[in-house]
Design a protein around this ligand. Structure first.
Ligand code: HEC
Length: 177
């Protein structure tokens, strides 16, 4: 532990602090200007660090606006509702694990009622009404992202069809009514 910390400190002083090592300059006859220079360099470095942080955040928002590859298109059907269009899909594929009438629901998520879906799981919302392309539920049924999260789960579970996923997308895009 201690040795590791010593090595880390040495690395830090060798590689990170060297560029700021103005001790030679500071020992000169005019220490004040040198100090001011150091302050300036520090300010510029800080500004650069914050700048790249801001760019990283901006990049993220740009990515969020980009289309998600491998996502089946939303159905063009209008007037899609949970009760008429979506509940039958969930009833057939998800009730082994997400049924509010059973004592336990996986991830504390119920998919047999509209309120249950809107309430979400133990971590909160799983759909974003109006934005199916950024709804977690759509990602897990379209098998995008971490395979551990793909739904439905379980032995012999079959991925929903593109038409079913498209209908669920249309329902969310139309406000999840
Ligand atoms: C065999 C059981 C099982 C079936 C069937 C099942 N799920 Fe799940 N579901 C789980 C488990 C377990 C979790 C928690 C996963 C975790 O913790 O990674 C989960 C989590 C979820 C989540 C939250 C995922 C996240 O990462 O936020 C969603 C959304 C979800 N399921 C949707 C569905 C849908 C839609 C269906 C039907 C098409 C379905 N599940 C069918 C077991 C199941």
């Amino acid at each position: 532990m201690l040795a590791q910390r010593r090595i880390a400190r040495k690395l830090a002083s060798e590689f990170l602090l060297k560029p700021f090592d103005f001790s030679g300059v500071l020992r000169s006859n005019h220490p004040r200007p040198a100090l001011n220079n150091m302050k300036k360099i520090f300010t510029v470095t800080l500004a650069l660090a914050f700048g790249s942080f801001a760019i990283a955040i901006a990049d993220d928002t740009n990515n969020a606006a980009a289309p998600v590859p491998n996502l089946p298109p939303a159905s063009t059907k209008t007037g899609v509702t949970f009760d008429a269009d979506i509940k039958p899909i969930f009833d057939a594929a998800c009730m082994n694990c997400h049924d509010s009438k059973k004592p336990k629901q996986s991830a504390k998520l119920s998919l047999d009622t509209l309120q249950g879906v809107l309430k979400g799981d133990r971590d909160g919302a799983v759909i974003k009404p109006g934005d199916s392309a950024h709804s977690d539920l759509v990602m897990v049924i379209a098998h995008i992202g971490d395979p551990m999260t793909f739904m439905p789960k379980g032995r012999g579970a079959k991925k929903l069809t593109d038409d079913q996923i498209g209908l669920i997308r249309a329902w969310i895009d139309q406000g999840a009514k």
